[in-house]
Design a protein around this ligand. Structure first.
Ligand code: HEM
Length: 517
């Protein structure tokens, strides 16, 4: 009897201790740490909206975003910063270029000063890593080049660099041309009629990445794209929700989280099928027979003899996820906005078409020809300035760090808003919201006065987009082939309503009319 009482006392004391320690951790993360960080940053002159217990500024952000994006825009203005990121727009005005705000209990330092941005993204002292990704992002991208760190990142990045460097890209051009030809074949039925291009470019960019990187067609990878689209919708819906902390997140899952778990499993099974199919093709086990596209390069690394380069099946799956989504979503967004801008700026459309005919004639694009399309390059640069597909990137200091004159505590996230930088009238002038490709007529360096931190649609520093040349080549090929055949005018049914859904998208699509040239 006495032993039983001792046992009961021991058990209840351990339970008490367990709950107390969890309560302490919880209070530390939602109260003590935020107050400490707020105090530290205020003492260094960094201001911002006050921290609210548990919720931080999340509710204000959701409210501001819902309000700003609840209606479409009155005219075809490109002044979209205050619409897409109303919180950053408004707080920059109130608190200055660098300010502190709160995503739930997580401190976010918004950094807009170019020197500080350079320091963070160049990351010479290897202090900054990517911020922790919410569970939905992990399910979408896995732990591939985009999300990983350290040795793992460096191993994956080398493979990706090799797969997407200039020489490899030349071999991808035929796949890109075939995909555009398939789209143009569909368009034949719509000559002189209205056509919605967002869906068209979704199919095109899916086809391009499937063929060029994975050696299959969009139809074979359709399942994968469908599940990635569903997962990305769940991510956008949950991105500003206050995340459950500690124990609660382990016990309770929302309906969206359960759905995301299910999708992740199905997605991985579909990717496994594509991997298995390629492995089965290599009957005699010769590593060299894996082909030279991205999937082949990953599988060679998986089966290769070199231990230092070897990657696991898990890593192959995660890389496939990353490249399916990163290779499609952003390129789609770019093509959509270029077409809108060309449809509404007939002078630039004409210039681009004249250039295409001068350099390529009526022939399909070649690597040399693509490199000479200067005007088209300017149009693409200006489109990426006004509508950068990736609107924000985040980093986190690994340890206490010195950023310029600021001392950063460990738990702070650093946010850089591409939109805020690309739409800054101080840098770009009073005509900042106008489409003026001539800004880039003397090249990127001249347009930015050699300051990379004021124009970075592809980021910069060691984590610069690995698909940059792929995306630009794909866009130039698609646009050249479209302009060779069609003149594009905007349909009166188009409603200008850019919204953020992973990237900046036209909420109701883009309707244009295609006429044979
Ligand atoms: C217009 C098209 C694109 C834009 C605007 C874009 C933008 C970006 C940006 C801003 C980053 C850096 C993010 C950061 O520093 O946190 C990035 C990274 C990345 N992008 Fe792209 N991207 C595009 C197309 C592509 C394509 C076509 C691919 C693949 C074929 C791709 C694959 C990646 C990967 C794997 C990373 C991670 C690189 C690393 O962390 O080492 N992107 N992209």
């Amino acid at each position: 009897m006495a032993t039983l009482s001792v046992l009961v006392i021991l058990l209840s004391s351990s339970l008490c201790l367990y709950f107390l320690s969890n309560l302490f951790k919880f209070l530390d993360s939602v109260w003590w740490t935020p107050i400490r960080i707020q105090h530290l940053m205020t003492s260094q002159g960094i201001r911002g909206p006050s921290y609210r217990f548990i919720y931080g500024n999340t509710q204000e952000i959701i409210k501001m975003r819902n309000e700003s994006m609840s209606t479409s825009m009155q005219d075809l203005s490109h002044n979209i910063f205050s619409r897409i990121q109303p919180h950053i727009h408004s707080w920059t005005k109130t608190y200055g270029t660098n300010f502190l705000y709160w995503d739930g209990p997580r401190a976010q330092l918004l950094v807009s000063e170019p020197e500080l941005i350079r320091e963070i993204l160049n990351n010479r002292d290897k202090i900054y890593r990517k911020s922790e990704f919410v569970a939905f992002t992990r399910k979408l991208l896995g732990d591939g080049t985009f999300t990983s760190e350290g040795e793992k990142w460096s191993k994956l990045r080398k493979l990706a660099n090799y797969a997407f460097h200039a020489e490899s890209l030349k071999h991808m051009i035929p796949a890109m041309i075939t995909s555009v030809e398939m789209m143009l074949e569909r368009w034949k039925k719509h000559q002189g009629e209205e056509i919605e291009v967002v869906e068209e470019f979704r199919l095109l960019t899916s086809e391009v990445i499937s063929r060029a990187a994975f050696g299959s067609s969009y139809v074979q990878g359709k399942n994968i794209f469908d599940m990635l689209t569903k997962l990305s919708m769940l991510l956008s819906r949950n991105i500003f929700k206050v995340k459950q902390i500690g124990l609660i997140s382990k016990i309770w899952k929302s309906r969206d989280e359960i759905e995301a778990d299910k999708l992740e499993k199905q997605l991985e099974n579909s990717i496994l099928e594509i991997i298995k199919k390629r492995e089965d093709e290599v009957m005699n086990g010769e590593v060299e027979n894996f082909r030279n596209d991205f999937l082949g390069i990953l599988l060679k690394a998986k089966h290769g003899d070199d231990d230092s380069k070897r990657i696991s099946l898990r890593e192959v799956i995660d890389e496939c996820k990353t490249f399916y989504i990163a290779g499609q979503e952003t390129s789609n967004t770019l093509l959509c906005w270029v077409v809108l801008l060309l449809a509404t700026h007939s002078d630039w459309q004409e210039e681009a078409r004249n250039e295409v005919f001068k350099i390529l004639g009526n022939k399909t694009p070649t690597a040399d020809g693509i490199a000479k399309l200067k005007k088209m390059g300017m149009i693409i640069n200006e489109t990426l300035r006004l509508y950068p597909p990736v609107v924000v990137f985040s980093r986190k200091a690994d340890r206490e760090a010195q950023l310029g004159k600021l001392t950063l505590p460990v738990d702070i996230n650093l946010h850089i808003s591409t939109l805020s930088i690309h739409h800054d009238p101080v840098t770009w002038g009073d005509d900042v919201h106008l489409f003026k490709p001539e800004r880039f007529s003397e090249g990127l360096a001249k347009a930015t006065n050699n300051n990379k931190a004021i124009y970075m649609p592809f980021g910069f520093g060691p984590r610069t987009c690995v698909g940059l040349n792929f995306a630009i080549t794909e866009a130039k090929i698609a646009l050249s082939m479209i302009l060779q055949q069609y003149s594009i005018t905007l349909s009166p049914t188009y409603v200008h309503s850019p919204v953020e859904h992973l990237t900046i998208r036209p909420q109701y699509g883009i309707q244009v009319v295609l006429n044979k040239v």
